[in-house]
Design a binder for this molecule. Structure first.
Ligand code: FPP
Length: 241
């Protein structure tokens, strides 16, 4: 109990994915502009990355900008682009030192050449790190990912009889990453929001009413403890009758 880096359950998920929801409502409840919520959410993300390393999580995927988020007001979209740039400018060195490997899932093309290049440089710089793989879903949508995979398979001349689950996995943005064991959604909404729709087939879900900027290490530990209590059957029968 005294060890702040341990969870009471022995089963630690290998891959945690997070829908960081509630930044807007967090800001609104304080009379602040929505972007202040995204900035507070970014500071929290930094703490949760460190906590993930401490908890022994190997893969962390965060939903930072969806293909549907382009429909938000222009200043909010631009603000989120700036936040991504800022995170790379200000945090990359430290993340690299902490052994974090950065990856991106989604389409980079629409981000603008400068930001596009920064993301590629960050991926290149950290590619040998192995304490935590941080997958940043930015301009990501699960349906778009599947469309993109089908396009790539057709371009590669894949024959219908060659298509199976493992092959589709290889054509997704997440190729080489194990499926998420646990998906956390903050701020209480009970929906998938186009996040990892293929990969989450047998993920465990944890939804908390806490807004993302307030989701701290103790909340995280509770999510991991809840996960440790789950009996994962993958459509089969319990291994622990
Ligand atoms: C959902 O909250 C959150 C987002 C759309 C953006 C999440 C981004 C961050 C936490 C910043 C970190 C980003 C990067 C690039 C590393 P919402 O705005 O939908 O909240 P609401 O439902 O309360 O309006």
């Amino acid at each position: 109990m005294g060890d702040t880096n341990s969870t009471s359950g022995a089963k630690i998920p290998n891959h945690v994915a997070i829908i960081m929801d509630g930044n807007g409502r967090w800001a609104q409840s304080r009379g602040l502009p929505r972007l202040a919520g995204h900035r507070a959410g970014t500071e929290n993300l930094r703490r949760i990355i460190t906590a993930s390393v401490e908890f022994g999580i190997k893969y962390l995927t965060i939903y930072a900008f969806s293909t549907e988020n382009w429909g938000r007001p222009k200043d909010e979209v631009q603000g989120l682009m700036h936040i991504l740039e800022d995170v790379i400018d200000k945090e990359l060195k430290e993340l690299h030192k902490e052994g974090v490997q950065l990856r991106h899932i989604g389409r980079l093309e629409r981000l603008g050449p400068k930001l596009h290049k920064k993301v590629l440089n960050a991926i290149e710089l950290t590619k040998e790190n192995d304490r935590l793989v941080l997958n940043v879903a930015f301009n990501y949508g699960g349906r778009d990912e599947i469309v993109c995979a089908i396009q790539k398979m057709i371009q590669a001349g894949v024959k219908p009889e060659e298509v199976d689950i493992a092959l589709v996995d290889n054509y997704l943005f997440t190729s080489g990453t194990p499926d998420p064991d646990l998906i956390i959604r903050t701020s209480g909404e009970l929906r998938v929001s186009n996040f990892l729709i293929w990969q989450s087939a047998y993920s465990e879900w944890y939804v908390t009413p806490t807004y993302w900027p307030d989701f701290n290490k103790e909340h995280y530990r509770r999510a991991l403890d809840a996960y440790a209590q789950r009996d994962r059957r993958f459509g089969s029968l319990s291994q622990n009758p």
